[in-house]
Design a protein around this ligand. Structure first.
Ligand code: URA
Length: 208
């Protein structure tokens, strides 16, 4: 059961000391949402409110993320939301490469357990996991299909809060997510239907 696997992982994360971020945390923020989600959002790192509550995206960035999800009538409880690091960096600084690396084992396992059809990378740090050299300004809103899963990079809500000019792009990108979901479904269906044997298999040719 995915739920049990994710809960066990959350317990492991709560005692984690793999990097120095554990020294400053109030709560670990493992991730939240539907354990069987088709869509997984991966952000950067918890901020202060997330650290207080142990839940991802509940501060100002979270409000804007909720607004985006509402635009396409996607229920927050239907998706799974997590971050590349599960503890708050001091003063909300960017997560460092070693911290992301130390926390990678948890994110890898969450992806394995949930096995989502679409991964939405939210911001530069989760984007870099799949597109190491890319610039978010160039690839946001463009899905990459890997093994019948779509990886879909979008800007981080904090960027849109700092620079309202980005909101148009973010809103267009989130609306395009619906097309990406439909594309993945088609890809997965092609696979399924092509495995179904023909109803009327060709008759073997008579030898004489
Ligand atoms: N920003 C993130 O990337 N993640 C959170 O959980 C909150 C803010």
């Amino acid at each position: 059961m995915n739920e049990t696997g994710l809960n066990e992982l959350a317990t492991q994360i709560s005692g984690c000391q793999r990097c120095s971020l554990h020294t400053g945390r109030t709560k670990t923020v493992p991730g939240a949402g539907n354990p069987n989600a088709e869509i997984m959002f991966i952000g950067e790192a918890p901020g202060q409110r997330e650290d207080d509550l142990g839940i991802p995206f509940v501060g100002r960035s979270g409000e804007y993320l909720n607004y985006l999800l509402n635009l396409i009538q996607l229920e927050r409880q239907s998706v799974f939301i997590t971050n590349v690091v599960k503890c708050r960096p001091p003063a909300n600084r960017d997560p460092e490469a070693e911290e992301i690396e130390a926390c990678r084992i948890y994110l890898d396992q969450q992806i394995d357990i949930i096995n989502p059809s679409v991964i939405v990378t939210v911001g530069r740090f989760s984007m870099a996991r799949y597109f190491p050299k890319a610039k978010i300004t160039q690839i946001h809103g463009q899905a990459k299909f890997v093994d019948k899963r779509a990886i879909y990079p979008i800007y981080h809500p904090a960027a849109a809060l700092r620079n309202p000019a980005l909101r148009r792009d973010m809103e267009a990108d989130i609306k395009r997510l619906l097309e990406v979901i439909a594309q993945v479904k088609r890809l997965r269906n092609v696979e399924i239907t092509s495995n179904i044997p023909d109803k009327d298999p060709p008759q073997q040719m008579a030898l004489f």
